[in-house]
Write a protein that binds this ligand. Structure first.
Ligand code: 13P
Ligand code: SF4
Length: 335
């Protein structure tokens, strides 16, 4: 028995488990900061991460901002507090950096809804279509696309395409329909959706509006059209934060993942911010992304300590996927 215990202890020592700081926010934050310095690492976090993760991050942003940071970072290691497609995009943009993701299971229902095989089939049967893919896709899908966009630049990306060109927009049918209505272009929509943004309840939203008659609704374009139709402003997570900051209204109902409220509350502590209500039969029973919430401070610590799990990409795939991503960044920098 003693031998077994000694073996188990030495195994735990070997993986560094016994050095694990006490699992409270302060100790883990201090330990992560020390590791960051020692390894010249940077933490990039999406607004949908838990508050304690946003607080320790070097940069918190929307998908576009995170891509721009990944492209310009001088760190040796990028620890990505977000989901797989985001870390993969960072690797596409910075192939010589080590990109690590705390939990490889942090996927995305949009990325899952469009496989490279299905897209190849579509391209074969629609050779004339130009393919514009939302950044929420795998590297394989990006490599088959002509252009990539995020929710903050989708309209600009579509408007950069010659008017007579038929377009496939994927995988988000809601963002696609919204952009189609704004640009009046010949756009075929892929049939994908975000499980979080499709879970808002219109009935409960109407009820909430009765309780707060002066509230303004702000919504992410991944939401369904009946939610978007109620919104005073539609935009990416960064754009929603900026709107809430600059608009004089005092109360906002926020139709996107609830994590964004952390930054909003910091920016406008005097305003009332209410997360848009989700349907009761929603699998996570709230407007939280279960994939995003797989990341914890403790997992971030282990990830940086062992520099794993690492995102790796075949060189040829990385080069092909870089083309449409780079085009998007170039278009985004134009006024
Ligand atoms: P943005 O951060 O670009 O607004 O996207 C939201 C999202 O759903 C990311 O997965
Ligand atoms: Fe994907 Fe929706 Fe989660 Fe964003 S919120 S990562 S789009 S499932």
């Amino acid at each position: 028995m003693d031998k077994l215990l000694a073996e188990a202890k030495s195994k735990l020592e070997e993986v560094g488990y016994l050095d694990l700081p006490k699992p409270n926010i302060e100790d883990l934050t201090a330990a992560l900061n020390a590791l960051k310095k020692e390894k010249n690492a940077v933490i990039l976090a999406h607004y949908y991460q838990a508050p304690e993760i946003q607080e320790i991050a070097d940069y918190v942003g929307d998908s576009l901002g995170l891509s721009q940071q990944a492209a310009s970072s001088t760190a040796d290691i990028i620890l990505f507090a977000g989901v797989h497609f985001m870390a993969e995009t960072a690797k596409i943009l910075s192939p010589h950096k080590k990109v690590i993701l705390p939990d490889l299971k942090a996927g995305c229902s949009l990325a899952e809804s469009c496989s490279a095989e299905e897209l190849k089939q579509f391209k074969k049967s629609h050779p004339n279509h130009l393919v514009v893919m939302y950044v929420n896709t795998s590297a394989e899908v990006k490599a088959l696309s002509d252009l990539v966009c995020t929710s903050s630049n989708a309209e600009k990306v579509i408007n950069s395409i010659p008017k007579d060109k038929p377009i496939l927009f994927g995988p988000d049918r809601n963002l696609g329909a919204y952009i189609k209505s704004k640009t009046d272009r010949d756009i075929t929509l892929w049939d994908g959706a975000c499980v979080v943004h499709e879970a808002f309840s219109l009935e409960k939203l109407i009820q909430l509006c009765k309780e707060y008659p002066k509230a303004q609704i702000v919504a992410h374009p991944e939401s369904e059209h009946y939610i978007l139709e109620t919104a005073a402003f539609i935009g990416s997570t960064t754009q929603l934060i900026n709107y809430v900051k600059s608009d004089p209204a005092e109360t906002f109902i926020v139709a996107t993942e609830a994590g964004v409220l952390h930054k909003m509350k910091k920016e406008v502590p005097e305003k009332t911010l209410i997360p848009a209500p989700a349907q009761e039969d929603n699998t996570c029973a709230c407007s939280e992304c279960a994939y995003m919430k797989l990341n914890t401070l403790e997992k971030l610590y282990w990830c940086l300590k062992h520099e794993a799990p690492e995102i790796t990409l075949d060189e040829d795939l990385q080069r092909k996927a870089l083309v449409p991503v780079k085009r998007m960044l170039e278009l985004s920098s134009l006024n």
